[in-house]
Design a protein around this ligand. Structure first.
Ligand SMILES: Nc1ncnc2c1ncn2[C@@H]1O[C@H](COP(=O)(O)OP(=O)(O)OP(=O)(O)O)[C@@H](O)[C@H]1O
Ligand SMILES: [Mg+2]
Length: 265
């Protein structure tokens, strides 16, 4: 809607004095997502409503193929719902052009993928600085901010290493630094510890929790690890494209409730 007339539906996020929006960070209202595959419609999400508050810490759990990554892509503005409403900082993504959505994503959201998705022939510091290129930040400031983000994740001593010269945990920390460099309000992480050994996974979790507790960054993470999920402030469980109702005290699905359980052995 850039350059268009301001309509009533063009909700501007209310800004609190600190610069943070007072609207929920993310809101999905009855969203569905269908994929057309060989003429057959695959309903990956069948009507999900979820609100992520500012400073929230939510674990998304559920079986393989249940729709977790699809939900994360919608929440992260990487994809749009087939039906339903998705708001980022109070703004309906349906009202945004692709460019405007990309800008909202770049300025308010950080994404960490299981497979890191770093540029292979690019140094750590340049990988981390990349999101700032799209914001038009000047080269020297980009580097300063990338160095600061890498230092924050304990990678200040590996600025010029390329991804294949880093361990898995180090690559994941670079990916987190890249997600952080733009000072997002929300960090979305799809199995951020899935490829890591337990000690390195623990370091990454501690890092995410510090960002949440000390900087108020809302964290939404997908995990198959019950111990990791149990550390979140709340858990949401996806099954067959729907959220199971939050159930502490109301276990509607015995054996699949939100009560944290220990990993077997
Ligand atoms: N691009 C696509 N085209 C067609 N079907 C898709 C596509 N992406 C996902 N799906 C289907 O949608 C469903 C949900 O997929 P999704 O990736 O969200 O699952 P998930 O919960 O993240 O699983 P996992 O834990 O294995 O990562 C799956 O049945 C999947 O096969
Ligand atoms: Mg997935």
């Amino acid at each position: 809607m850039s350059g268009g007339s301001a309509s009533a539906s063009e909700v501007q996020p209310e800004r609190a004095p600190g610069g943070a929006s007072s609207a929920p960070a993310l809101e999905a209202v009855d969203v569905t997502r269908s994929y057309a595959l060989d003429g057959v419609s695959v309903e990956a999400l069948r009507g999900v409503s979820l609100t992520i508050a500012q400073g929230d810490y939510v674990a998304v759990v559920g079986p393989s193929g249940s729709g977790k990554s699809t939900l994360m892509h919608l929440l992260g503005g990487l994809d749009r719902p087939t039906t339903g409403t998705l708001r980022v900082g109070g703004r309906d993504v349906a009202d945004l052009t692709e460019d405007e959505l990309a800008q909202v994503r770049n300025e308010t959201l950080g994404f960490v993928f299981q497979a890191f998705q770093l540029l292979p022939r690019t140094s750590a510091v340049d990988n981390v600085a990349m999101p700032l290129v799209y914001r038009g930040v000047k080269r020297l400031e980009r580097r300063d901010r990338a160095v600061a983000a890498l230092t924050q994740v304990g990678m200040g001593h590996r600025l010029d290493h390329r991804p294949n010269q880093l361990s898995g945990g180090e690559q994941q920390r670079v990916a987190i630094a890249r997600a952080l460099v733009g000072q997002p309000q929300v960090l979305l992480a799809d199995e951020p510890t899935g490829n890591l050994d337990s000690r390195t996974g623990e370091e990454v979790m501690a890092l995410l929790e510090r960002l949440n507790a000390e900087q108020g960054v809302a964290v939404v993470l997908v995990t198959h690890d019950r111990d990791v999920a149990a550390r979140a402030r709340r858990q949401v469980r996806v099954r067959d494209g729907r959220l199971e109702p939050p159930s502490p005290g109301h276990p509607q699905h015995p054996g699949a409730g939100d009560v944290p359980r220990r990993l077997e052995a």
